[in-house]
Design a protein around this ligand. Structure first.
Ligand SMILES: O=C(O)CCC(=O)C(=O)O
Ligand SMILES: [Fe+2]
Length: 355
């Protein structure tokens, strides 16, 4: 896909300079400053136990499936424990993701985005020199289907990163498929109505690096957005807080939980479940002490598939909420706009009478 996001400076370099003030290009307008809802009784993101979901004990399984259903419906965000991915693999993946940002500038340059392409070090969603930039760097890659892997990036990646990534991505593809199938069980529909869309699905990874910032309250690490795909699986690399989600109008912090994956439903999943499971707006705030690193793995549909609400989730009580769109067109459209909450998903909605 051709993407026209413009190339931007590396924030990690900026953060290494003795700055006391952040450059204007990063300072958000007052109304966009991230304010955390200050309420100690805010609800916590649900924690789902995959071992229970896969248990032979039907009571245990049923109870956890109900929890998954609530998490999909009411949160669109949850943490998953006992996910079955080996700790050794996860620790290696963490180390090698971190080391990407420790490469020399010369090495990083070989992995730099080239114009018209999103992969490598760089940003997406930037379309003008006036646009406010985020206080964060990213390394983005296509991993599946294999023919979408870009040789100019793969050939220059550090070998250990590449080797770990290969195994990690295969494990996360299996895990994503498992969770999606369990969600279809929780929705009590024929799994194929949704799982068929993910046959030869797409997978991308994004390593996010948010350097410490001298004026953290003036900037944002990632603007509020929902993810475009099916299911995102996030790994916290250095256990730093920063991720926040918007639930019922309030911003709630998602604290890293040891040995868990943070998962969230993307816009595609909201479309195919006819709005029953919701993609949730999230953002990242930064701090002045320490960098934060995360690894997001996005799992999306086959780009040739047509996205539409699953037939059995459309009925007299609930008409189709979203129009049909080819997955590739849906995906490309997402990357042609600035990140702005759930604005893009709203464009996919079928207007109700009188709107
Ligand atoms: O760094 C994070 O915790 C979230 C990253 C994110 O939302 C994304 O990469 O889409
Ligand atoms: Fe995201």
């Amino acid at each position: 896909m051709e993407v026209t996001s413009i190339l931007v400076p590396f924030v990690q370099v900026l953060a290494n300079e003795p700055l006391t003030k952040v450059p204007d290009r990063y300072v958000l307008p007052a109304q966009e400053i991230a304010v955390l809802s200050n309420n100690t009784s805010l609800p916590q993101v649900p924690v789902i136990d995959l071992a229970k979901l896969l248990s032979q004990d039907l009571n245990l399984k049923g109870h956890e499936l109900e929890k998954l259903h609530c998490a999909g419906k009411e949160w669109g965000f949850f943490q998953v424990i006992n996910h079955g991915v080996s700790t050794t693999l996860i620790e290696s993946m963490k180390r090698s993701s971190k080391s990407l940002f420790e490469l020399s500038m010369e090495e990083k340059k070989k992995l730099w985005q080239i114009e018209g392409d999103m992969e490598g070090f760089g940003q997406a969603f930037i379309f003008s020199e006036e646009q406010k930039l985020e206080w964060g760097d990213a390394f983005f890659l296509n991993t599946l289907p294999p023919h979408t892997r870009k040789p100019h990036i793969y050939d220059h990646m550090p070998q250990t990163f590449r080797e770990n990534l290969e195994i990690y991505c295969a494990e996360l593809e299996k895990l994503a498929n498992k969770i999606i199938e369990l969600m279809t069980n929780a929705l009590a529909i024929n799994p194929k109505e949704i799982t068929d869309l993910f046959n030869i699905g797409t997978q991308n990874v994004r390593v996010n690096y948010y350097p410490p910032c001298p004026q953290p309250e003036k900037v944002i690490g990632i603007k509020s957005h929902s993810d475009v795909g099916g299911l995102t699986i996030l790994l916290e690399i250095n256990d730093m807080e920063g991720l926040q989600i918007r639930k019922d109008g309030q911003w709630i912090s998602v604290p890293p939980l040891p040995n868990a994956f943070i998962m969230n439903v993307g816009d595609t999943f909201e479309i195919v479940t006819n709005g029953i499971y919701q993609s949730i707006e999230h953002r990242v705030v930064v701090n002045s002490n320490k960098e934060r690193i995360s690894l997001a793995t996005f799992y999306g549909p086959n780009m040739q598939a047509t996205l539409a609400p699953a037939p059995s989730l459309v009925n007299i009580e609930k008409a189709a909420q979203f129009r049909r769109i080819r997955a590739e067109d849906h995906n490309n459209g997402y990357f042609l706009r600035e990140l702005r909450g759930k604005a893009y998903l709203d464009e996919m909605k079928i207007a109700k009478d009188g709107e």
